[in-house]
Ligand binder design. Sequence first.
Ligand SMILES: [Fe+2]
Length: 212
Amino acid sequence: MRDMHCHILPGVDDGAADLEESLAMVEAARGAGVDEVVCTPHCRDPYFDWDAMWAAYNLLCDHVSDMPIRMGFEVNHTKLMELGYEWIDHLAFADTDEFLLELDTRCHAHDFEQYKRTIFEIQGHGFQVIIAHPERYHAIQRDISLAYDLVDMGCVLQASTDFVAGGRFGDELKPAKRMLKEGLYTHFASDAHRVGHYDLFTRACQKFGKYL
Ligand SMILES: [Fe+2]
């Protein structure tokens, strides 16, 4: 199974602090049944640093020989607006047609008009848009029809498996369960920031994997 969203690169965001922790996370991923990792450091303030993130990716690759590791980014919508659409091609998963987009946690329904324009733009560049952890977004927690709109636009939805323990902000379990049961998700990803998050990945796959 591929883990398409994790903060496993050493020392570039709020994930793995150093190479030692990165390598421990790779082992934990393997133990959880992961056979391919996409590294998705935060493309948002205060972390985004293109050169440092690629350097961290190359460092990790130098130390891992038996797990395919691909470079990518978790692209925050606000940051993409700041960088400009010309960055789209550089922020997709390397050598794929996939693009991981993070919306703003405290979003409102009216923000989705701009989100949809951005999604059309990314799709126009030839990418499949993966929406990171919709269960975290306040507007979707209030109105699940917004998640249906994203799927209708051709997006795929990715749950971050810490939802099984309530989620990063504590309110994600209920909306995640509802979206799972309504068949809105396509992917689970660890969104791992440390080793222990792979235990939650395993739990979520065992308990809720049947809904994907
Ligand atoms: Fe993430």
